[in-house]
Design a protein around this ligand. Structure first.
Ligand code: ADP
Ligand code: MG
Length: 366
């Protein structure tokens, strides 16, 4: 059992602004939780408070039901893996992995058994006698993970462990860490600024902005039901399109953008949700894959829009279309069939069954 609970946790660095504000997170035993958000939003600070490397200004942290605010890092039964590996250059891979156990005065035989086990899991057996400088970036990162595994901690903490790797290796290590989570059956808390990593790895995702938790949910719920405009724009690539406008109700429900470039009929299914928002300023959001071209099969919820395609980007398996509405750049993402001509007028179809609405002031989802 290793459950981690943060209750009203805040952090103010000396003379600084609050870095983490009143954070509440419950992490269940064996869960893989990802903390994600833009640089500087307080992810590392949160993780370091869990590790005991940063003092908690306010609130409480519990590991397995025990309040650990005043427990030293070495007594918290956690292991942390950093972005920069932090390996000792003069030690071999074996010695690097054994180091923490040696410090804790584990018997030699036990150390050997644990390092051997971990090196098998990570495919490092043939490198045990090498020094870090004779390893690739991916192998070094594996050693750093191995050093955590040998400790058999209750909780693994990862702080952007893949950021120094090239794109291909990053994808490979992503699946390796996911497999590791499965085989070790450990609680893992993983920090990244990369929404794709978060979406693919997390059982549960915590989205932070400016030290504040914006939403905690499963990847699919975050994608389909973002709680505010920030979350809606942060999750998903290419990002959701946003445009300002108003809900109108002249016999039938509709949306008209501020510059009148986008006018949509809304089906009656939205009536309840948008009740009270008629003639109020709102943000409308639509994901790039919910905009279709002429080849799509006609659906009742499609609204035809005439646009001027500025850029057409063939990606191989799909095509990205860029076009302005009211001077704002929109992106559509369509299957790779016939490539539309750029710099031409084109008909696109907005799926009004897939719209998102946000309050203009608070930006909270309607
Ligand atoms: P993230 O990991 O999400 O990029 P951090 O937790 O590192 O964000 O930082 C959150 C905020 O706290 C930032 O504004 C950062 O400048 C500030 N900060 C981080 N560490 C310190 C420190 N040791 N002293 C003062 N301010 C810090
Ligand atoms: Mg960080």
């Amino acid at each position: 059992m290793a459950e981690v609970i943060l209750k009203n946790v805040s952090k103010v660095y000396d003379g600084g602004k609050p870095a983490v504000k009143n954070v509440n997170i419950e992490i269940k035993d064996k869960e893989f939780v990802v903390l994600v958000g833009p640089s500087g939003c307080g992810k590392s600070t949160t993780l370091r408070m869990i590790a005991g490397l940063e003092e908690i200004t306010e609130g409480d942290i519990y590991i397995d039901g025990k309040r650990v605010n005043d427990v030293s890092p070495k007594d918290r039964d956690i292991a942390m893996v950093f972005q920069n590996y932090a390996l000792y250059p003069h030690m071999t891979v074996f010695e690097n992995m054994a180091f923490g156990l040696k410090l804790r005065k584990f018997p030699k035989e036990e150390i050997k058994a644990r390092v051997t086990d971990a090196s098998k899991i990570l495919g490092l057996e043939e490198f045990l006698q090498r020094k870090p400088k004779a390893l690739s970036g991916g192998q070094r990162q594996r050693v750093a993970v191995g050093r955590a595994i040998v400790r058999k901690p209750k909780v693994f903490l990862f702080d952007e462990p893949l950021s120094n790797l090239d794109a291909k290796l990053r994808v490979q290590m992503r699946t390796e860490i996911s497999k590791l989570h499965h085989s070790l059956e450990a609680t893992m808390i993983y920090v990244t600024h990369d929404q794709t990593e978060a979406m693919t790895m997390g059982d549960k995702i915590v989205i932070m902005k400016d030290g504040v938790v914006n939403q905690i949910d499963t990847p699919l719920n975050l994608y389909n039901y973002p709680s505010n405009r920030f979350v809606a724009g942060f999750i998903g690539s290419p990002s959701m399109n946003f445009i300002e406008g108003r809900i109108i109700d002249n016999n039938a429900l509709g949306f008209i953008s501020k510059g009148s470039g986008l006018q949509l009929k809304l089906n009656s299914g939205y009536e309840k949700k948008l009740n009270g928002f008629t003639n109020k300023d709102i943000w409308l959001g639509i994901r790039p894959e919910d905009i279709y071209d002429i080849h799509a099969v006609e659906r009742p919820s499609f609204n035809k829009i005439d646009v001027n395609l500025e850029v057409v980007e063939p990606m191989g398996n799909e095509i990205f279309l860029y076009f302005p509405i009211d001077g704002i750049q929109f992106t559509a993402r369509i299957p790779a069939r016939e490539k539309p001509e750029p710099h031409k007028k084109s008909e696109l179809y907005f799926d009004t069954g897939k719209l998102h609405f946000f309050d203009k002031e608070s930006e909270i989802a309607i």
